[in-house]
Design a protein. Structure first.
Lengths: 260, 253
């Protein structure tokens, strides 16, 4: 069953009318994400991955084409689609960890008992129970991203949209976070759209990987099924095979981009 | 820690002593009518404190400052928040801001006297004007600078437009608001003196002006020192009030 469906989606930015300011990021892009799957979007920098995510989240509207979530056109942001942002700017620095995580529940007026239970469960899930009364600025980068994940999950969205959530982390923390995300996804069975430009990360996480062409006028170039058993050890021959194929595909785009 | 306080006390005592010595030296090289020595000023200070006039001046100036400042901030904060988030409000207000930002409150004294008379209204309104302006500009800048990621995060957690304004835009702007009201307080002090110099029967500004007319330079000094102390106290009180939320909002003092 299809969870997210993009058909003929184009997106241009008018660049405030400046000469050379207008830019067509996406041109007649098609994309289907299945219910409950872990989908990774891979592509060279600036190709339009975040733009796709923003359209699904409802932060922005397509210039043409349709964006549907569970057969309903997307009209704006909603609590059914949780977002983990690339930057920590998305956290509320004036709220403690637990206040950040329970923000959505408070906004939607859930009762205090239910709220406490959900809060405890999600803090536990991301291993932040001991830090619940701290403010974001008192946390490390990895901990902040875990707050974002817990915060998104606490609203129990059908779909989790993650835009390079681990881009700023070191290799070890990154690996731990990836393991946590897979664990959370296995437990909660959300549909996940995860943006990255780390090929290894995509193979390690995804059921399917969508590779985008370079911009402007980007599209989804190919979809790669990752049929590896979980948990996935890195660098088995099968892993390496997919890695090399993806690497060649993305390199071709990056090369072409540099030669343009 | 004890050592630190001890050192600090010694430090400030030394600083006070140094100031006094320099003051004495300048006074000795000058004449009391130009530069009265500290003991003359101290005597003047005690006499005006004893007969109650100084307290009355302080009370009147504080009254004008605090009322004008409070009204100014109470108007500026919601207006700034609104303008920061609404293009239309901003477009309407912007030309006026760009025009009035170059007009100091002093330029309006005459006009306000004509419009509102010699009573308290004209002086308080002048302080409202000066406070409002700087508090508004700072609130506006803060509200405009709220990260779009924060707004979007709230939206995809189900917050309505109203909730996003109240629970994201407002708290995100708090540090700017605090800066604004602090600067506004400073402006209010400068303006009150100007207003009281021109037209008042009381207030520290009046004390300064009146003493000058009677060539009582030591009382001019009393007025100036009083103003400094008043500002110091007001700022300290404001800091005490904001200290309650300072850590949460990461406000540096
Ligand atoms: N608001 C905007 N105004 C103008 N151009 C924009 C805007 N947002 C994105 N673009 C352009 O659209 C293209 C795609 O941007 P997008 O942020 O989606 O790339 P990305 O694939 O997420 O890149 P990265 O991997 O570096 O994050 C870029 O060329 C960018 O310059
Ligand atoms: Mg991006």
């Amino acid at each position: 069953m299809t969870s997210i469906r993009l058909r003929n989606v184009s997106k241009s930015f008018d660049g405030d009318g400046r000469a050379g300011g207008a830019y067509t990021a996406l041109d007649r892009l098609d994309l289907d994400v299945r219910e409950g799957e872990f989908f990774c979007l891979l592509g060279p920098t600036g190709c339009g991955k975040s733009t796709v995510l923003h359209l699904i989240a409802g932060f922005d509207m397509p210039s043409a084409g349709s964006v549907e979530v569970r057969d309903h056109p997307v009209a704006g942001p909603g609590a059914d689609r949780g977002v983990v942002f690339q930057t920590e700017l998305a956290l509320f620095p004036w709220l403690t960890v637990e206040e950040n995580v329970s923000f959505g529940l408070r906004m939607r007026g859930s009762d205090a008992g239910e709220r406490a239970a959900i809060l405890d469960r999600n803090l536990e899930l991301v291993g932040l129970s001991k830090h619940r009364r701290k403010f974001p600025r008192e946390l490390s980068g990895g901990m902040k991203q875990r707050v974002q994940i817990a915060r998104a999950l606490a609203n129990d969205p059908d779909i989790l949209l993650m835009d390079e959530p681990f881009g700023a982390l070191d290799a070890q923390t990154r690996r731990r976070m990836q393991e946590e995300v897979v664990r959370i996804w296995t437990e909660a069975r959300k549909t996940v759209v995860f943006i990255t430009h780390d090929i290894g990360e995509a193979i390690w996480l995804a059921d399917r990987i969508g590779v985008m062409t370079r911009g402007p006028a980007a599209r989804v170039k190919e979809i790669v099924d990752v049929k590896l058993a979980r948990p996935r050890p890195a660098m088995t021959p099968e892993f390496a095979e997919i890695y090399n194929a993806l690497s060649a595909s993305i390199h071709a785009e990056a090369e072409a981009m540099l030669n343009e | 820690m004890n050592r630190f306080f001890a050192d600090r006390r010694i430090f400030y005592a030394a600083l006070a002593l140094g100031t006094w010595v320099v003051w004495e030296a300048i006074a000795a090289a000058s004449m009391p009518i130009f530069f009265p020595p500290p003991e003359d000023v101290a005597r003047a200070f005690w006499s005006s404190l004893a007969n109650g006039t100084l307290v009355e001046h302080i009370a009147m100036s504080y009254f004008r400052i605090l009322v004008g400042w409070a009204i100014g901030c109470a108007l500026a904060i919601p207006l700034g928040l609104l303008a920061g988030r609404s293009r239309i409000v901003r477009m309407v207000l912007e030309p006026y801001i760009e025009f009035f930002r170059f007009i100091p409150p002093i330029a309006f004294i005459t006009l306000f006297l004509i419009w509102f008379g010699l009573g308290e209204t004209s002086k308080i309104l002048l302080i409202v004007y000066t406070s409002l302006f700087v508090a508004f500009i700072n609130t506006l800048a803060g509200a405009m600078a709220v990260d779009v990621e924060k707004i979007r995060a709230a939206q995809c957690m189900g917050a309505t437009a109203r909730q996003t304004f109240a629970y994201v835009v407002v708290p995100a702007t708090v540090p700017h608001i605090v800066t604004g009201i602090r600067l506004a307080l400073g402006n209010a002090f400068m303006t009150v003196v100007a207003a009281e110099l021109v037209a008042a029967q009381s207030g520290v500004g009046h004390l300064i002006w009146n003493s000058r007319l009677f060539a009582q330079t030591e009382f001019v000094f009393v007025g100036i020192i009083t103003l400094g102390l008043m500002g110091f106290a007001a700022n300290w009180a404001l800091r005490l009030i904001t200290a309650r939320v300072a850590y949460r909002y990461n406000i540096k003092s």
